[in-house]
Write a protein of this length. Structure first.
Length: 394
């Protein structure tokens, strides 16, 4: 444990003529030290501050063990990460978290620094992408029940599992987030969100081994704009329907994003023989550039990896009010558009407009397949809509 400086500096904020004092707690340990205890202490003090306070992790590289920074706090808190915090490189079996920010109202995390999950050794022993039965690896950064928050200018590198998980958030804006892990790192979703209301992800770069952004059950009002994604598995709503007690999804907008060399593009996936019967509605993808993206537009209501479900029973998740508009670029395979909806609950009110997706492979040209859906088609349609309808024998 390094020297602790409870430096109480006066900061003057001039915001719309309003000024306030912020108490500041700066990590004083030298670069290379383990700051887990010191950071916990600094946060605990900051959390007791009656007015907005800041915890500063200066430039340098620090070790950081598993840590939970939880409120409720007496006033808003800023965490300024200027340096890099590094996780333990071991495989940390059975732990599901590394850094948790929880139950804080008025939260800001910024500063240009990075969370390095040191995932390399762990990826080699992880098999959660192949089976249900596996030991969980820690998610790098968890935001649990954070309200009125700004997260910006932060990087996440080499997470062992998901990079960022958002649960129970209200009014959170993430911008200029950089997420990096190798293309073949398993389960390293960039940002996973669920059971939250009013989250924005803006102007960010995500290059990882699994979904760039994945949206779980209970997500409401998510706005994604100006995100560059790839490599990775694209932007995905779902999978939904794997567990009971899931909640509806609604109000998801993805705009002005670029997907490059991703395994999937824009995807909605639900499990057959679903464990619940929810609705995912009002999901809109618009103004998207594709560069060599496999399965660019995909609704898959028969999502059943490793055949761990009963495909005979159609999905009971209802997909309603979905649109894909102004989506252009190149596909990495011939399946440019595939809308495979549930036989029991055909997709309702699906609109597709101004699609221009080219595929140049020998098995081309690109196709547009539909089952259990009658999309409303507008504008350009390359490939031609529902030119190769699939009839599923199930
Ligand atoms: C959302 O959170 C931001 C950042 O704390 C805050 O400035 C804004 O007023 C909040 N918006 C609402 C509607 O509460
Ligand atoms: C679209 O997103 C890119 C970042 O990918 C950004 O540079 C550009 O300004 C955005 N365009 C609009 C019209 O918002
Ligand atoms: C779908 O959109 C229509 C028309 O905007 C609206 O009336 C309906 O409530 C929406 N359905 C759902 C489930 O959101």
């Amino acid at each position: 444990m390094g020297a602790y400086f409870g430096v109480s500096t006066i900061f003057v904020f001039c915001l719309l003529g309003f000024s306030a004092n912020a108490e500041e707690f700066t990590i004083g340990s030298s670069s290379g030290s383990d700051i887990t205890q010191e950071l916990l202490k600094a946060f605990t003090s900051a959390c007791q501050s009656p007015s907005r306070s800041r915890v500063v992790i200066p430039k340098g590289e620090f070790k950081l063990g598993e840590i939970e920074l939880r409120g409720p706090c007496k006033a808003p808190i800023d965490i300024v990460l200027r340096g890099t915090v590094k996780a333990d490189g071991n495989t940390a079996y059975g732990k599901d978290k590394w850094v948790v920010f929880g139950n804080i109202n008025g939260f800001k995390l910024h500063g240009g620094g990075a969370f390095d999950g040191e995932g390399n050794a762990a990826w080699r022993v992880n098999n959660c992408h192949k089976t249900f039965e596996c030991k969980k690896l820690p998610i790098s950064i968890r935001f649990d029940f954070i309200e009125n928050a700004i997260i910006k200018d932060i990087s996440s590198i080499d997470a062992k599992n998901f990079h960022i998980n958002v649960l129970g958030a209200k009014n959170m804006t993430m911008s200029n987030i950089k997420i990096i892990a190798p293309e073949d790192s398993p389960n390293t979703d960039g940002i996973h969100l669920g059971r939250s209301d009013g989250v924005k992800i803006l102007n960010s770069f995500i290059s990882t081994g699994d979904d760039c952004i994945s949206v779980g059950d209970g997500m409401k009002n998510l706005h994604v704009e100006g995100v560059v994604c790839g490599p990775g598995h694209g932007i995905s709503v779902g999978s939904l329907g794997r567990y009971g007690m899931e909640q509806d999804v609604s109000g998801i907008t993805v705009k002005n994003c670029t997907l490059q060399s991703t395994d999937n593009g824009l995807r909605i996936k639900t499990w057959p023989s679903s464990a619940c019967s929810t609705t995912a509605s009002d999901i809109h993808f618009e103004d998207i550039i594709l560069k060599d993206v496999s399965n660019p537009i995909l609704i898959d209501q028969e999502y059943c990896p490793w055949n761990q479900c009963n495909k005979q029973k159609s999905s009971t998740i209802k997909l309603v009010n979905i649109s894909f508009k102004k989506i252009r670029g190149t596909s990495g395979n011939k399946d440019a558009v595939k809308l495979l909806c549930s036989k029991g609950y055909p997709c309702q009110n699906v609109e597709i407009g101004d699609i221009d997706i080219r595929y140049n492979g020998a098995d081309g040209p690109a196709t547009f397949q539909c089952s259990n859906v009658s999309p409303k088609i507008m504008g350009t349609q390359i490939p031609k809509a529902c030119s190769a309808p699939v009839t599923k024998a199930n």
